[in-house]
Design a binder for this molecule. Structure first.
Ligand code: TYD
Ligand code: MG
Length: 509
């Protein structure tokens, strides 16, 4: 008989090694490697008993053929259904991740109650809270009357036995996967092996019975679903519930979905009586806007199929340190470095001796490159001390050459801006044609290079009718910027912009 080999698994990332080490080579964490038995789930078939078994022949089929649309359980919470792609798919497993206290349990008890009131059989298994605690929350939310089947249990075998004993439910919620343990794995609860084995058992149950299973998973500080990153590969959909703990807005985002799009977001607001859906997030994110101070630009973005207007705030201040600070909240730091480099190289806006702080209002996280132009506008506005026109929106992708690339769905972005009372905007020149039909068409101007935007912001005419288009490109002299380059009126500390006029007038070098 073959010698039974030892197996060591990192409890942080799940990588397997043949010998123990103090530090995991794969993820670099210390003291996370633990010896586990070879018989654990995921270790491959046990040799005993299977050695002599011959494989079964199964038929292979073509791509064309009958395929049914996945049957879905619609929760009735529009924002949740949008993110799942139209409801929970029967027989699928969904992982909902998020920081502790962000509202995962609240969201799921609300969805469970909705479904139960609509006649679905819903089982809610809490491994973290006692039945009394869950009841108390349901009462606070005014959902105590909903016929949800509730239990506080952590043994996977007991949970599956209970589920199989009663009538088949439509939806099962497990809160949370980290608290479960199964007898098929030997390690302690909470370890990668346990989490993986428990998830596998529940996913197998979902596939076999057609029940939709929702697993809750906690996320660590660095944004990884703690321990069970392995679970991400096993489930059909991974949704993140995120938001600034101090802020009341919460965003549900799909990062993986086998049955729907992954760019949709659902927006919720945490209130005294639970999570309420936000159907018009733009209004919310633009809520308390101060249009007079420099450094704020409204970005007309898209989140999935929905346009979303958010304010981008920048603060540029002379640094007192050797290395200037760059702090970003809600956007990609590398993207900011790129915009700063393009501003420096092609527009003469030097920020090497300035601290730069960038913030996306409302705790939202933006991933679109289309935000480049709005970020640049906010940066130049803050640096020059010239407030951008209150009623203008910005979008466009900045390329390394300093030109502005067109973005998708500009008509929808402008329509949303118009709906919210905006009267102008700066968009990529190539998108201007699409704007022609809209109501904003007359007030929207196109830019072809980032230098054009800088000249306009500095001239205080960004977003309003700007007659000289592309001064740098066409070789025509740029209109003399009124405020930012005027030594007397320029706010202190804005020397960095000095190089701009010459550069603009001379065209790109
Ligand atoms: P919870 O759903 O328990 O978070 P998670 O399951 O993700 O750990 O949410 C807890 C937080 O939500 C808690 O800080 C209080 C807040 N909350 C409200 O503000 N209003 C409410 O009606 C409820 C139920 C919770
Ligand atoms: Mg919870």
């Amino acid at each position: 008989m073959a010698k039974r080999s030892a197996r060591f698994t990192c409890q942080n990332c799940g990588s397997v090694t043949t010998r123990w080490a103090g530090r995991c080579d794969a993820c670099g964490e210390w003291n996370t490697i633990v010896e586990e038995s070879d018989g654990g789930v995921g270790a491959g078939p046990r040799t005993i008993g299977l050695a002599g078994r011959k494989g079964r022949v199964f038929p292979l089929v073509g791509l064309a053929g009958e395929a049914k649309e996945a049957p879905r359980i619609v929760s009735g919470m529009t924002e949740l259904d949008r993110v799942t792609g139209g409801g929970f798919v029967r027989g699928s497993a969904v992982l909902i991740g998020g920081d502790p206290g962000i509202g995962k349990s609240t969201l799921l008890i609300q969805a469970a109650a909705r479904l139960a009131l609509n006649g679905q059989r819903v089982v809610y298994v809490s491994g973290e809270e006692a039945v009394g605690q869950v009841r108390l929350r349901a009462e606070r939310l005014g959902l105590a009357g909903a016929p949800v089947s509730l239990a506080a249990e952590t043994s996977v075998e007991d949970i599956l036995a209970t589920l199989q004993a009663g009538p088949t439910p439509g939806l099962v919620v497990i809160d949370s996967i980290q608290t479960l343990w199964t007898e098929t794995a030997e390690s302690a609860p909470g370890t990668v092996t346990q989490v993986r084995a428990s998830a596998q058992a529940l996913i197998r149950y979902a596939k076999a019975t057609g029940v939709a299973v929702v697993l809750v998973g906690h996320v660590t500080k660095d944004g990884q679903i703690a321990g069970p990153r392995v679970v991400e590969h096993m489930v059909d959909a991974v949704l993140y519930f995120e938001g600034d703990g101090a802020d009341r807005f919460r965003v549900l985002r799909a990062v993986k979905n086998r049955f729907g799009p992954t760019d949709e977001i659902g927006v919720f607001e945490m209130t005294g009586s639970g999570l309420s859906e936000v159907a018009n997030p733009s209004e919310l994110f633009l809520g308390e806007r101060d249009g007079k101070s420099p450094g704020a630009a409204v970005f007309a973005g898209m989140e999935g199929s929905r346009p979303l207007l958010v304010e981008i705030q920048a603060l540029v201040a002379p640094t007192s340190l050797g290395t200037p600070r760059r702090a970003v909240v809600g956007w990609d730091g590398n993207r900011l470095s790129m915009v700063l480099a393009v501003l420096d190289a092609h527009c003469g806006v030097r920020l090497a001796s300035h601290d730069v702080y960038l913030n996306v209002a409302g705790g939202l996280r933006i991933q679109e490159p289309a935000a480049d132009l709005a970020v640049a506008a906010a940066l130049v506005s803050s640096l020059s001390g010239v407030a951008l026109p209150r009623n203008s929106v910005y979008f466009g992708e900045v390329s390394l050459s300093g030109s502005i690339r067109p973005v998708a769905r500009s008509d929808q972005r402008l329509k949303e801006a118009e709906r919210l009372g905006f009267t102008g905007g700066i968009v990529p020149l190539a998108n201007l044609g699409e704007a022609a039909g809209g109501a904003l068409s007359g007030a929207v101007s196109g830019v072809e290079a980032l230098a054009d935007l800088v000249a306009r912001v500095a001239a205080g005419s960004a977003g309003l009718e700007a007659p000289a288009r592309n001064p740098g490109i066409s070789g025509r002299p740029a209109p003399k910027p009124a405020v930012a380059f005027d030594r007397d009126r320029r706010p202190a500390g804005n020397r960095a912009i000095e190089g701009a006029p010459g550069r603009l007038a001379g065209g790109p070098t």
